[in-house]
Ligand binder design. Structure first.
Ligand code: ATP
Ligand code: MG
Length: 258
């Protein structure tokens, strides 16, 4: 049964999408069956996976509005070897329509129930907001992976996210856990980054992934080629780091299942 992981942080530009695309590719390279859901109207995970934002029959919008079964919206991403439900600006329309809909937070959860047995991992790329789209992801997920850029304002906003997670846990989704905190765009020569990184460990202990994602230009270039870094430059430090993250994630899940 698939492990559903929401990649969320309402702070913008912290590496959510980069993490989704590269983790999806790395898990797929480790022979895991992966589905990536692009739940951000920006559609960056879709483009970063080499697909167009528009022109597909269905996107996450129709899925959330229950107009189609999620199965009909799934596309395959090659050569990386994972599946994707594309996202685009229509998700903003879905967000507005959902405001008045009944069971509006449960839509994704119910849709994913149809396919979760076919995947080892289902990753959800959330928008930079604690809106109804992100809420759908949190209600559907087993875990939340929180990318954090280690800078001065990094911890600001984390409290709001953690409070939202707690609220979802107590009201609708008891299964929800913090999958982990991930240090992204990490520069070990930067004192502040080291300080913030150490603070995170002190505070969140084992919840912080040991793997750190370095700042690496290949990770920033790869999306413009529509490829995960693993396919764009497999020996780049970014690609190697995301493969290490996938291994750490698989190890953690094997341990907790044992
Ligand atoms: P948003 O909140 O807008 O959805 P995000 O949290 O998804 O943003 P990304 O889009 O993954 O963040 O990253 C923001 C920018 O930083 C992008 O241009 C991306 O290419 C770049 N970037 C992300 N991670 C790294 C990294 N480790 N090294 C270098 N550049 C990176
Ligand atoms: Mg993004």
């Amino acid at each position: 049964m698939g492990k559903i992981i929401a990649v969320a942080n309402q702070k913008g530009g912290v590496g959510k999408t980069t993490t989704c695309v590269n983790l999806a590719a790395s898990l797929a390279a480790a022979r895991k069956k992966v589905l990536l859901i692009d739940l951000d109207p920006q559609g960056n995970a879709t483009v970063g996976s080499g697909l167009r934002k528009d022109g597909h029959r269905y996107s996450g919008c129709e899925v959330l509005l229950d107009e189609v079964s999620i199965r009909e919206a799934i596309l395959s991403v090659e050569p990386a070897g994972y599946d994707l439900v594309p996202g685009n600006g229509d998700l903003t329309a879905a967000e507005l329509k959902l405001m008045e809909a009944s069971g509006r937070e449960q839509r994704l959860r119910l849709q994913l129930a149809r396919v979760r047995d076919e995947y080892d991992y289902i990753l959800i790329d959330c928008p930079p907001s604690l809106n109804i789209l992100t809420l759908n992801a949190l209600v559907a997920a087993h875990g939340v992976l929180i990318p954090i850029q280690c800078e001065y304002y990094a911890l600001e906003g984390l409290t709001a996210l953690l409070n939202t997670i707690r609220r979802v846990q107590s009201r609708v989704n008891k299964e929800l856990q913090i999958e982990g905190l991930l240090r992204t765009m990490f520069d070990p020569r930067n004192n502040l980054a080291n300080q913030v990184g150490a603070q995170l460990i002190q505070h969140f202990k084992d919840q912080v992934y040991r793997t750190m994602i370095p700042r690496n230009v290949r990770l920033a270039e790869a999306p413009s080629h529509g490829l995960p870094a693993l396919q764009y430059d497999r020996s780049s430090r970014g690609a190697i780091a995301y493969r290490a993250l996938a291994s750490e994630m698989i190890r953690r899940h094997q341990r907790s299942a044992a």
